[in-house]
Write a new protein. Structure first.
Length: 151
């Protein structure tokens, strides 16, 4: 498995509830561009439309050596999921107010481009601050233990 891109902000800003593996519907030279230059999924999200799920704001740069088949780098891309998974995600997003975000883009063992998406709930600002305080307290405790030779 070759990882092309990861979304580091997702773990900081969202609470991950479930993860799914989905294929991406790519056109033209987008696969070559993914293999060569990668992509950016920092600000991307998925949303249901017409009974299917589409990925928005995923930036795949143009392949330099493509001649006439130029595509918009930030166009929406259809996610390829099983019908059962699609219905479950659509229901969760509409009823519970959750969101779908991509966690990483990679090529699997067979060479297919895949995206790992997550059903997530946005963290509140006080939850983020609490997490930072806990991390700082843990670092200070380790520092004190190290100072007295216990760690």
């Amino acid at each position: 498995m070759k990882i092309v891109s990861t979304n580091r902000r997702a773990l900081k800003d969202y609470q991950i509830l479930e993860t799914y593996e989905a294929g991406i519907e790519l056109k033209g030279s987008e696969v070559k561009s993914l293999r060569v230059s990668g992509c950016s999924i920092e600000d991307s999200f998925a949303r249901p439309e017409k009974g299917e799920i589409y990925l928005y704001n995923m930036h795949i740069p143009e392949f330099e050596k493509s001649s006439y088949f130029k595509l918009d780098p930030k166009r929406e891309r259809k996610l390829l999921l099983h019908k059962k998974e699609t219905k479950r995600l659509i229901g969760a997003v509409t009823r519970k107010g959750l969101t779908i975000i991509p966690l990483k883009v990679y090529f699997n063992d067979r060479g297919w481009a895949k995206v790992e998406i997550a059903l997530a709930r946005g963290k509140k600002s006080y939850e983020k601050k609490k997490k930072i305080k806990e991390r700082i307290a843990l670092e200070e405790a380790k520092r004190e233990l190290k100072r007295f030779g216990k760690y």
